[in-house]
Design a protein around this ligand. Structure first.
Ligand code: AMP
Ligand code: ZN
Length: 111
């Protein structure tokens, strides 16, 4: 089981800020911005482009849900979403996750 599947199964502790049938939102253990969260689908799929139609619909719902959570998460002033894929993208966990970065003015450089 991958590390995020273990977090979803509560076999590894995490700071869970939100949960529904589709996903969890947790605090990243190694924050790279004042607010650094991870939006993780409960279903294991490897990355942002490895999706069937059902999983694509899940991802769309996750993004729509995030839109309603920005105040609760302290992101009312804006945020950045990042999803790393593969070696060049420096993906380290092979379970789709979307980084949510905010809580401060972010760098204009993205790489
Ligand atoms: P990536 O490098 O895009 O695959 O992102 C993986 C992210 O998962 C990194 O930002 C890590 O800090 C984060 N991470 C790894 N293990 C944990 C954990 N147990 N709890 C919270 N975040 C984690
Ligand atoms: Zn997994």
């Amino acid at each position: 089981m991958c590390v995020f599947c273990k977090i979803i199964a509560s076999e590894i502790p995490s700071e869970r800020l939100y949960e529904d049938d589709d996903m969890i939102i947790i605090k990243d253990i190694n924050p790279q911005a004042k607010i650094h969260l991870l939006m993780i689908p409960k279903e294991h799929f490897p990355d942002i482009t490895a999706m069937n139609d059902k999983q694509a619909a899940t991802l769309a719902r996750m993004l729509k849900t995030l839109g309603g959570l920005t105040d609760k998460l302290g992101l009312e002033n804006g945020f950045r979403l990042v999803s790393n894929k593969g070696d060049d993208g420096c993906q380290s966990v092979p379970h789709l996750h979307i980084h949510i970065l905010g809580g401060e003015k972010l760098s204009e450089n993205m790489a």
